[in-house]
Write a protein that binds this ligand. Structure first.
Ligand code: DAH
Length: 340
């Protein structure tokens, strides 16, 4: 039995070492350790071994079984590793990878990025977010904002009217009215959103664009507050070397009214002023229109004053990114959008 065991071990280990693939290893396992296997057959012969020899032969048998099992596992692991190595043989792991970024990872649209920044700057000054519908009544868009029936902005050539007389809002100033209908002073809001005009689409005009409206009504609000607020905001965006000018202007819903011009190196030629916003002190007629609608005197112009402002985010984004044509923001060209 001793000799038989040692021959069997030598033979089994040689067979395992020669196994060329996983199937061959499995066949060897069956041949030696399976139910009909050679080692199994020898253990069945243990019952014929003399009582004196049993412990020694038993131990020997166990040693052989352990050695063969270990050899089988080892061979299998080695074969798997070799298969992996073969699969990787054609791969150069030192080659540069495929960059993720342009075309791979998405980014927020440049207008959305500017919108987020704008909101966070005004939030720091205590402005809350407000909104209103894109499809508006003439009253919210014009009448309540002190815009007379014969004003050119109301012209059918300039505005999109619905069959029922409602219209696509031509500015976000509608949210001034919507907010004051519901809240009492003090009111301090910004309202970003879409505005629509029947403009010929060209490098500086879209039929739908993005505006940001602002309104602050409280006791004792002055032009100084208006200038301070807007200058702080625009300096946050354009930096401290930008220059601003408040130029007297006319808007039906503010009195006095101004247009804000900027001069910045971002505009290329350093000598140019560009108009970037409209603003002014809320006209008492606007507060009275709101009072009439509310049927109270919550916005009594004898007690409260306010300022309002509005600007186009597309225009600001064009200046900040040096984009020459506003249409780039809407035509989904990856070569353009991928830069942001
Ligand atoms: N609504 C104006 C426009 O679309 C912009 C504007 C001007 C808004 C003056 C205001 C303001 O709130 O006070 O051109």
């Amino acid at each position: 039995m001793d000799a038989q065991l040692s021959t069997l071990q030598t033979e089994a280990l040689a067979a395992i070492a020669a196994a060329a693939d996983e199937t061959a290893v499995e066949q060897a396992r069956v041949k030696y350790l399976g139910q009909q296997g050679a080692i199994t057959a020898l253990s069945k012969g243990m019952k014929d071994v003399s009582k004196d020899d049993k412990p020694r032969i038993g131990k020997l048998l166990n040693d052989v079984r352990t050695a063969v099992t270990a050899a089988l596992d080892e061979r299998k692991t080695a074969l798997l590793a070799a298969a992996d190595a073969a699969a990787l043989a054609g791969v150069d792991a030192t080659l540069p990878g495929t960059p993720s970024g342009f075309a791979g990872r998405g980014t927020l649209h440049p207008i959305t990025q500017l919108l987020d920044r704008t909101i966070s700057i005004f939030r720091r000054m205590g402005f809350a977010l407000a909104d209103g519908p894109d499809i508006e009544t003439e009253w919210h868009c014009f009448d309540a904002l002190n815009t007379p029936a014969d004003h050119p902005a109301r012209n059918e050539q300039d505005t999109f009217y619905m069959p029922d007389g409602r219209l696509l809002r031509t500015h976000t100033s509608t949210v001034q009215i919507r907010t004051m209908e519901k809240a009492a002073p003090p009111v301090r809001i910004i309202a970003p959103g879409a505005a629509y005009r029947r403009d010929e689409i060209d490098a500086t005009h879209l039929a739908q664009f993005t505006q940001m409206e602002g309104l602050y009504v409280d006791e004792g609000v002055s032009v100084a507050d208006l200038k301070g607020t807007l200058e702080f905001f625009f300096r946050e965006l354009f930096g401290n070397d930008a220059k601003f000018r408040f130029r007297p202007h006319f808007f039906p819903f503010t009195e006095p009214s101004y247009e804000v011009d900027i001069k910045t190196s971002m505009l290329g030629s350093s000598d140019r002023w560009l108009e970037i916003a409209g603003c002014g002190m809320v006209d008492p007629a606007v507060l009275e229109a709101v009072n009439t609608k509310r049927k109270d005197r919550a916005f009594d112009p004898e007690k409260y004053t306010g300022f309002a402002f509005g600007f186009g985010l597309d225009r600001l984004a064009m200046i900040m990114s040096g984009t020459p044509d506003i249409r780039y923001f809407t035509n989904s060209d990856q070569r353009f959008l991928g830069q942001f």
